[in-house]
Design a protein around this ligand. Structure first.
Ligand code: AHR
Length: 526
């Protein structure tokens, strides 16, 4: 009796002493990884659209996040926050998906055009039952895309809309002739038609988009896609709403039944590290959560491989792309915020998730043509957080910034042999890596140290013929603790710094990665 009581208190004590995210972790002995970068065997282009984004009418993503309205005292251009525009232009965001998400299948585009004060007020049924005043509609969205230099990706309404409504929306936005809808657009202030290269036909129609069967949705898709037309030189990539996470049966049915009028099938992959019912905290977490979240994030590799096999069967020529148009971490909402608004902090752990995810996406660049992190501002794994007139850039933003060198570059295969990073029964590869060559011949190598405590020594051999690489430079993102984050009171706790831990001798590259870090190196010739 006494012994077991003692045992319980010892294990309790052990538990209490487990490090939490905010403890500064004691560094361990360096781990090792060896890489072979096969720079002479370039693979597919890494589409810049893998660095895409998503903004939904959800919580404070649109309102407060990017739209404050023209009357606001917060500096803005036609209602859009100047600080957000400036931050997004820096990272060259290639595309932006809007208006949802679940919201897309309840959205009626005519609500969001014309004089703002006359627009109808509707209840946002998915996200907290708040009243949507439609202040941000089609013109505001497409204006925002132009300001930040992003291609618009419009998600149309299949769940509660009609093919006619979708066809009208496309005509309104893209038709250059003198139809009534084109004239209406002009009367609302936009003379030239817009270019809208991406059209989603529904969203998660197995769930919030209408709880359909894959067979039923496939039939609807075939019908809707007939009415999704190209006007006035605009060329639509039509994207069918694909599976969520590992539910690949949906993809199998869809890819088999929909062969025409489709250029892409979407897939959503969220990283929870736990269950939907019991989400993990974004900050102040124990070390075991670091492992659980990263383990979950890395699983996207296997899910993509399975999805690719299915698509290969139905589309052996690789005509239809896989669009991972929602991905990212999903934690418990921050205490004191509306749980339906999905507002969460963003830490060094999220930066490591982002870096490792991009390294995986690059490897799937043959089939994966787009990816969109969820979401742009104030929702889930956001790049930007705002509070009134204040704005902070999250660690995830900085990864997008550092990785922009890979946009449209040629994928270079990297063979990785790495020690593992372990905690009890949990085990992760200590290092994740990828490489690309840009049009100027520079080689970019991104390295992520997934170990929360140990540095890693990376030794890489670069196999390259007919080109000399003589210099290496780079940037590093790291932080004192697993959950270090940028707050409104301290916006620069986590930010990239010049990296001096790499050397290049002939074709041998060596780098010392600090614990929990993301490093991007550029190797250039004389
Ligand atoms: O990004 C939040 C929600 O997650 C989206 O609205 C939906 O598509 C997904 O379930």
């Amino acid at each position: 009796m006494k012994r077991s009581a003692l045992a319980i208190s010892a294990s309790l004590l052990g538990w209490l002493l487990l490090p939490t995210a905010t403890d500064v972790l004691l560094a361990q002995e360096a781990k090792r990884a060896t890489l072979t970068i096969r720079a002479g065997e370039p693979g597919p282009q890494i589409s810049r659209h893998l660095y895409g984004h998503f903004a939904e009418h959800l919580g404070r993503c649109i309102y407060d996040g990017l739209w404050v309205g023209p009357q606001s005292s917060i500096p803005n251009t036609r209602g859009i926050r100047n600080d957000v525009i400036e931050a997004l232009r820096k990272i060259k965001i290639p595309n932006l998906r809007w208006p949802g998400g679940c919201f897309a299948d309840q959205y009626h585009w005519r609500d969001g055009i014309g004089a703002a004060e006359k627009r109808p007020r509707r209840v946002n049924i998915h996200w907290g039952g708040v009243v949507e005043d439609n202040g941000f509609g089609t013109h505001e969205f497409l204006d925002f895309c132009e300001r930040i230099g992003a291609d618009p990706y419009v998600a149309s309404n299949v769940g509660s809309g009609s093919p006619q409504e979708m066809a009208d929306w496309i005509e309104y936005m893209t038709f250059g002739g003198d139809s009534d809808l084109a004239k209406l657009r002009q009367a609302n202030g936009r003379v030239q038609p817009w270019k809208v290269p991406f059209l989603g036909i529904g969203n998660e129609n197995w769930g919030c988009g209408g709880r359909m069967t894959p067979e039923y949705y496939s039939d609807l898709y075939r019908r809707f896609s007939v009415y999704a037309r190209d006007w006035s030189g605009n060329r639509l990539q039509r994207i069918a709403a694909g599976p969520g996470g590992t539910e690949l049966h949906w993809l199998d049915v869809l890819a088999e039944r929909v062969k025409e009028g489709v250029q892409g099938i979407s897939m959503h992959y969220y990283t929870l590290g736990n269950t939907w019912q019991d989400k993990l905290p974004a900050t102040g977490f124990p070390e075991k959560d670091w492992y659980a979240v990263l383990r979950d994030a890395l699983k996207i590799d296997g899910v993509l491989a399975e999805a690719e096999k299915i698509m290969e069967r139905h589309d052996p020529n690789g005509r239809v792309g896989l669009y991972v148009d929602e991905w990212g971490t999903w934690y418990k909402a921050e205490a004191g915020t509306n749980p339906a608004f999905l507002y969460q902090q963003n830490t060094m752990r999220d930066a490591v998730v982002a870096g490792a995810t991009f390294n995986i996406l690059h490897r799937h660049a043959q089939r994966v043509k787009m990816a969109n992190i969820a979401q742009l501002v104030n929702v889930l794994q956001a790049l930007i957080l705002t509070e009134g007139g204040k704005m902070v850039l999250t660690p995830t933003y900085h990864v997008f910034d550092m990785y922009q060198v890979h946009q449209d570059a040629a994928f270079l295969p990297v063979d990785v042999t790495t020690d593992n990073s372990t905690l009890g029964a949990e085990s992760l590869p200590a290092v994740s890596a990828s490489a690309s060559r840009d049009t100027q011949g520079r080689v970019h190598v991104s390295l992520v140290n997934l170990d929360p405590r140990a540095p890693v020594t990376v030794e890489a051999r670069i196999i390259i013929e007919g080109q000399k690489l003589t210099s290496v430079s780079g940037r590093v993102l790291t932080a004192p603790a697993m959950d270090t984050h940028n707050g409104f009171e301290a916006p620069n706790r986590v930010q990239p710094a010049a990296f001096t831990g790499a050397t290049l001798e002939g074709s041998f590259l060596k780098a010392q990665l600090p614990p929990r870090s993301v490093v991007v190196l550029t190797l250039a010739g004389p």
